[in-house]
Design a protein around this ligand. Structure first.
Ligand SMILES: Nc1ncnc2c1ncn2[C@@H]1O[C@H](COP(=O)(O)OP(=O)(O)OP(=O)(O)O)[C@@H](O)[C@H]1O
Ligand SMILES: [Mg+2]
Length: 188
């Protein structure tokens, strides 16, 4: 894990993320997710050593919610280059021959790649190689947040073991959201 101290601007921010749940295991998973994103955002603000944070698992568990909340926060308080990229849109653009944004994705200070793998139907070597290239350029050098429905094992088996390996490398953090139910069906 990284820096235990969360920047006060991060702590004071309203993430709109409800960590209530009947089941204590689920509750602690939700707290772990929120804490992982706060620590990540805090590291960016404080110019600590960059790493990759992956939020992996089921639908409706708040992965995109946290990604968007972080984007809103940074638009307000940071001048660093970065933002959120819906992965499916990026894949459509690459397929249409638009490759310019790939360079930005390799060099931006922080990037959130949201819903990686959601291009599943159309997934082919070019999307895997785009992700591989982005991670290769960023791992250990720049801040990268990834959300994805697959587990690390599924990423290794279904896509590429190199990608799974990079998500674990150089101080990277992986939070698997198993045991968290879809927010729309959650009971408090
Ligand atoms: N803990 C939470 N507190 C408040 N709202 C939440 C929470 N978790 C999810 N939501 C809301 O539920 C909806 C679905 O969440 P979200 O899109 O973040 O899920 P996801 O994990 O990204 O799912 P997918 O894997 O399908 O992309 C959103 O409207 C989001 O704001
Ligand atoms: Mg999502």
């Amino acid at each position: 894990m990284h820096s235990s101290e969360i920047d006060p601007r991060i702590d004071a921010y309203d993430w709109g993320f409800d960590t209530r749940a009947e089941d204590p295991t689920e509750r602690s998973k939700l707290e772990e997710m929120l804490m992982a994103v706060k620590a990540f955002a805090s590291g960016i603000l404080r110019d600590e050593r960059p790493y990759t944070l992956s939020l992996l698992g089921q639908s409706g568990t708040g992965k995109t919610h946290l990604t968007k909340a972080m984007g809103r926060l940074f638009r307000k308080i940071s001048t660093k280059r970065g933002g959120t990229v819906p992965w499916r849109k990026l894949c459509d653009d690459i397929r249409a021959g638009e490759r310019g944004m790939l360079r930005d994705l390799e060099t931006d200070h922080y990037v959130a790649l949201d819903d990686v793998g959601s291009e599943y139907q159309a997934k082919s070597n070019y999307t895997i190689s785009a992700l591989d290239g982005i991670l290769d350029a960023r791992t250990g050098r720049r801040w990268t947040l990834i959300t994805c429905n697959l587990s690390l094992r599924e990423i290794a088996e279904q896509w590429d073991v190199r990608i799974a390996s990079r998500l674990k490398r150089d101080g990277s953090v992986v939070v698997g959201v198993d045991g968290v139910s879809d927010f729309s069906f959650r009971k408090f």
